[in-house]
Design a protein around this ligand. Sequence first.
Ligand code: ATP
Ligand code: MG
Length: 444
Amino acid sequence: MYISKSFIPILKNNPSEAKIKSHQLMLRVGMIKQSSAGIYSWLPLGFKVMKKIERIVREEQNNIGVQEILMPTIQSSEIWKESGRYEDYGEEMLRIKDRQDREMLYGPTNEELVTDIFRSSIKSYKSLPQLLYHIQWKFRDEIRPRFGIMRCREFYMKDAYSFDVSDEEANFSYNKFFLSYLKTFKRLNLTAIPMAADTGPIGGSLSHEFIILADTGESKIFTDKRVFELSTDDAKLEKNSLLNMRKKYEQYYSVTDEKFKKDEFEKNVSEKNRLITKGIEVGHIFYFGDKYSKPMGASVDLPGGKKDFVKMGSYGIGVSRLVGAIIEAKYDEKNEVMKWPISVAPYDIAIIPMINKNDNTALDQANKIYLELEKNNIDAIIDDTDENFSSKIKKMNLIGAPYQIIIGKKSDGHLLEFKEVGKDSQKIKLQNIIKIITEQKVKN
Ligand code: ATP
Ligand code: MG
């Protein structure tokens, strides 16, 4: 992409309405544009990052055997009346009437709709488990939308649903998602901690929130530091292995303030391991048994001939919120430098030529490099404008490609000034740059 032809409307200064750094950066480099309170358009830079996050989320769902579907954004009120949530959900639900005066709504979540899909086709325990997900826009009329896309009204969410024959099998499904969430966030270069949580309006008995640490987060958390040392490396997609993995995580006290009990915290966590801080919720999983299947009559035939209601869970990841969460974790606001993890970076590398009025040497060289990178599937952004050098660097630091090639006045053909953002620059050949970046992309 050439900066001169791009739609990346960069602002000179931080917009004053933005209170946290992700909102500041997203407006500053034109990743999003607000269209009305809590509702945003996604511009090319922001959209690119979100789509890359979505791809990783999708791959990790597919890896545990969840099947992708797509449910509509607009739902009928009928199924919500069956579950009893049409009243309960309250003002967060955006209610709409169609021309026949039928009550419709913009889906805030999909337990009812997916239960309706399930009950119309699945009749026997032999077809279980069923694991389904979709990635779709949601609308919640939040009382106080704030912090840009972190708490907005229209947002993009991956939500998955599990259907099982028994509590034991349902627990297995729950643990598969537990594992896939830890893997997903790791691929996004985030350390997310699973925390015992309240179930809220979704209901049910078992629930974990996945939280990343950030001072600007809205969740207050109390945790045992040792949880940060755990990994999922030895977990297999098999019942006992997953049970052990969850036990490993649950051995350390980790809760949000809704579940916090001072005496328990102090009894279970030594003083040096206590961490009280704030975090951002990026995912939330629930087990709620027959809370929806019972009122909606979603049952299956059991081996002995009897029938029973299916046991369900639901599993959400805030795909659009993750864009902001990654910025909160990675943006150095003091120096105004963003470095996206290569797996979701809007561009792999920035090419910054120093252009003199009557001399195209640097730009010509930049163009050649650009073409060579393109041939090797490396997505570059090149600043072909005649702005001064330091404002070019500033701009690219905000856009946040993790690597830069700087082409000065007297660059010597073969060796290029190459820099991984945040590290010292080095003089190396283009072929080596391609090798370094390709290796990083394959790894992530
Ligand atoms: P919160 O406590 O932040 O309101 P929630 O518990 O209501 O979240 P869930 O119903 O579990 O959220 O939704 C799943 C995920 O969707 C959340 O973990 C979060 O990442 C994301 N999400 C929820 N509400 C919003 C919102 N208003 N704006 C952006 N993302 C959201
Ligand atoms: Mg909420």
